[in-house]
Design a protein around this ligand. Structure first.
Ligand code: UD1
Ligand code: MG
Length: 453
């Protein structure tokens, strides 16, 4: 949008979070609050975002590099003072939208509507409000009939004003020229001795400037996060939004109450999610996949028709029609080609398992390349680590690894070869050979009977 910019206030300390981490860096549905707000701005095609930083700024600055312009408010003297810091950077900008870094639940369509109303009205300011049953702590919007009168903070309000349920969400659009003029005139004469941004409204009213209010229907959008309890409340709201969105898109979620889906996860139609399942990061799930119960996937890709139950996977790629679990652990770099079976108590790391191969039980496969239609017997271990370095195991197509085989890497098992159960394989096995490494079984006939006599 031409000549618009967003200013995001985020210099406050967030004392009540009791955290090393700056407040706006706390995560909601897997994404930091400040990113939620920046994404909201971006979805509205406002190109410039200025973030006002103060407390803990070093930790946020690094994170925001290249994503937003940073403006420092060295001393936190109030929301009005915070916005003053942005003015020198707003030359040539006609209108701004002001948001708070700790209010990440505003919907893109609500902000779009606020911007549209501001553009149409051509007024000095447009204010996003909400109706709260319990408005405690928020600035109240005082009106005379439909006419805007002022915003009064909780600490400065009379008991009559405190009864007002329409609150200031802290999200506004301003005409920059008029804002400059008004900010010059505000003074820290209030209960908190701060420069209140809300005081510019008093100045606009005195000057007869046009102020429009827009009340959102969804009060949750105004939720400000000041404490861990509010963080959990916001998480709950966002989680329900995400779950409803995916159900509307054709995903079956058996038990929404025990399902957690991060805001960057992408699902497809006819995916079924069983209870107690968490999907995180940039996980991508194709059609007809069945996930859960009790499954956690982070940054994974699940291709069409695969199933994962009672398992944990991170940065793994699970091919079409694969069957994973119960109790499998797929670590980063795992690639399962089509139709692979990974069963119970199997751990796979940094390995590719070829089409149709099976690792059905109790195995560790690390740093390996496994061909197609391979059967890996129960209890097989790739001994990939010699205490200093990691080494590769290469297994050709149609290999049969007998149960309880140790494959001491680096080692290569040629196509179609077989290893005998219980073998420790330390040398390469040529194609179609049998490798057995174990002592010959001794038999003592009637040993037990003789002993008992
Ligand atoms: C503010 C509004 C109140 C509104 C509420 C909505 C004022 C005076 N009051 O109150 O009407 O109902 O938000 O949540 O504006 N910040 C700075 N620098 C500062 C002070 C604050 O950057 O010097 C930032 C904070 O980090 C936060 C935002 O501004 O992101 C709002 O500040 P906060 O102290 O939470 O204001 P409230 O008291 O909640
Ligand atoms: Mg606040």
């Amino acid at each position: 949008m031409p000549n618009w910019a967003a200013v995001i206030l985020a210099a406050g300390k967030g004392t009540r979070m009791k955290s090393k981490l700056p407040k706006v860096m706390h995560l909601l549905a897997g994404k930091s609050m400040i990113e939620h707000v920046l994404d909201l701005v971006k979805k509205n095609e406002v190109e410039r975002s200025l973030v006002i930083l103060g407390h803990g700024r070093e930790k946020i600055e690094e994170f925001l590099a290249g994503r937003a312009e940073i403006v420092i408010q060295a001393e936190q003297l109030g929301t009005g003072h915070a916005l003053m810091q942005a003015l020198p950077y707003l030359d040539g900008v006609d209108n701004i939208v002001v948001l708070s870094g700790d209010q990440p639940l505003i919907r893109p369509e609500t902000l779009a509507e606020l911007i549209r109303i501001h553009t149409d009205s051509q007024g000095a300011a447009t204010l996003l409000t909400a109706q709260f049953d319990n408005p405690y702590g928020y600035g109240r919007v005082v009106k005379d009939g439909e006419k805007f009168v002022k915003i009064v903070e909780e600490k400065d309000a009379t008991s009559e004003e405190r009864a007002i349920r329409e609150i200031n969400t802290g999200t506004y659009c301003f005409n920059v020229a008029k804002l400059r003029e008004a900010l010059r005139r505000i003074k820290p004469q209030n209960a908190q001795g701060e420069y209140y941004l809300t005081e510019v409204f008093d100045i606009f009213v005195t000057q007869g400037e046009k102020i429009t209010t827009f009340c959102t229907k969804d009060g949750n959008e105004a939720l400000g996060i000041n404490s861990r309890v509010q963080l959990a409340e916001a998480e709950h709201v966002l989680r329900e939004r995400i779950l409803h969105y995916w159900m509307d898109e054709g995903v079956t979620i058996i038990d929404p109450a025990s399902t957690f889906i991060g805001c960057e996860v992408k699902l497809s139609r006819d995916v079924v999610i069983e209870p107690f399942t968490t999907l995180k990061g940039k996980t991508r799930i194709a059609e007809d996949v069945i996930l859960g119960p009790q499954t956690t996937l982070e940054d994974c890709v699940c291709e069409t028709g695969c199933q994962v139950a009672h398992s944990v996977a991170k940065k793994a790629q699970i091919g079409p029609r694969c069957n994973v679990g119960p109790f499998a652990y797929l670590r980063p770099g795992t690639v399962l080609e089509a139709g692979v079976k990974v069963g119970d108590f199997v751990e796979i790391k940094n390995s590719r398992i070829g089409q149709g191969s099976k690792v059905p039980h109790l195995s560790y496969v690390g740093d390996s390349q496994v061909g197609q239609s391979v059967n890996i017997g129960a209890g097989t271990i790739t001994c990939n680590y010699d205490g200093i370095n990691k080494h590769q195991t290469i297994i050709g197509d149609n290999v049969f690894i007998g149960s309880n085989t140790n494959l001491v890497a680096p080692v290569e098992i040629g196509e179609g070869a077989v290893t005998g159960a219980g073998s420790t394989i330390t040398r390469n096995v040529p194609a179609y050979a049998l490798a057995v490494e174990r002592s010959t079984q001794k038999l003592k006939e009637n040993w037990v009977r003789n002993k008992k006599q």
